[in-house]
Design a protein around this ligand. Sequence first.
Ligand SMILES: [Zn+2]
Length: 496
Amino acid sequence: MKDDGIVKEIPSKSAKFSDWYTAVVLKAELADYAPVRGCMVIRPYGYTLWENMQQRLDARFKATGHVNAYFPTLIPESFFKREARHIEGFAPEVWWVTHRGSELLEEKLALRPTSEAIINAMFAKWVKSYRDLPVLMNQWCNIFRAEKATRLFLRTSEFLWQEGHTLHVSNEEAEAEALKILDLYLDFIRNDLAIPVLAGLKPDSEKFAGADKTFTMEAMMPDGQALQAGTSHNLGQGFAKAFDIKYLDENNTEQHPWGTSWGVTTRLIGGLIMTHGDDRGLFLPPRVAPFQAVIVPILFGKNDEAVLAKCREAVAALEGVRVKLDDDTKQTAGWKFNQYEMLGIPVRVEIGPKDVEKQGAVLVPRDGGRRTADGGDSGKSSGHSGKRFIKFADLKTEVAKLLDEVQQNMYQAALERMQAMMSEASDFDGFRKQLEAKPGFVKVYWCGKQECENRIIDETKTTPRVMVSGEQDESKGKCIACGSETGTTIHYARTY
Ligand SMILES: [Zn+2]
């Protein structure tokens, strides 16, 4: 990776989106292709990003009373068959283990494509009384769902996720839990990942296999395709009945509890890359970036020791900030600027001989102006410059302030982009035209009939993404497929 042309090797985001995406993932060393088709290796930089995301989610789960556990990867086939809709929905994606060594197994075992079957089977053993409820459990693990092609982080046969599984005494409680988790996810994705989303209900055809209701967050990628960013399901009593989970209520009557399940995956990393990256590479939101700031010494071969000493002082001053000091004297500052912009580090701290003299430093946000190696401006800034000279004594507060600013700006910029990719259509022809003219979310009225949905899907290759809460019943309109009156609106989009 020691060549100056590193950034030039990334194709243009606007012209070749898919190539751009793959190049960024590989160049930034987030992930790589594995020997088995459909599989990926998450490299240390990508895994650190995932760990930061994990920590921030995990803290939220625990703050709302959830505890972590771990269930096995191997799940007997018969467990899957207990919930009919569940096995039907997952059948095409399941990997099966058929042998122990060379010995054929009596019953084949699934590599978990999700864990409702095994977890609810165990819940049946543990839940006996209303005093055992609610059960609020989460698991961090890997998941297997067969894919023929590989799209790093977006479509892989094995990925990482968390899956929450809960049981409650009533449908109201289960519904409240599913919605509480949706809110928790929204807080995480908007405030930590700076990704705007539409949130609400999935139509029945897009529900999780076995769920009564699926709530979803849908993000819009710059190429006009929607990305399902996380789901929370109200499972009703389907799994509790299928797995014979029963408890005695306060009147000593046997009852089935009500369940939920919910998850987000490493796919969010794909969403992050696509949402914030640009022609220079990655751009990571400060709250989850492996490095929030990089310190680059500006060396001229004169007073270098004083500059490097000041840089080390800066590392100490920035305690609590995830910071990297690049004191490699073989690479130019210009090369380092490109490199760390490509890696998406949100803030760069530059310290040169003049800064040492003036007891200062220069801060440059990743989305701000660029300074060339000789200290001048390249003038190639897109938007606000954001570059600032600060007093060294204020380093920590100024960096913290700039990180906050960058975090807010990233969300704002992404929100404006998403809003520019939302439109409405009142009839089928208009819908078709809108899809061509302006790829993104197109909101339409829909009567709720499956045949109308099928027609839209078949003729336009879009899928219904989400019925946004609060948008329903605001006014009556006509279903774009059959023309009948309805108060239900739904956002369609092409999708990954
Ligand atoms: Zn209709």
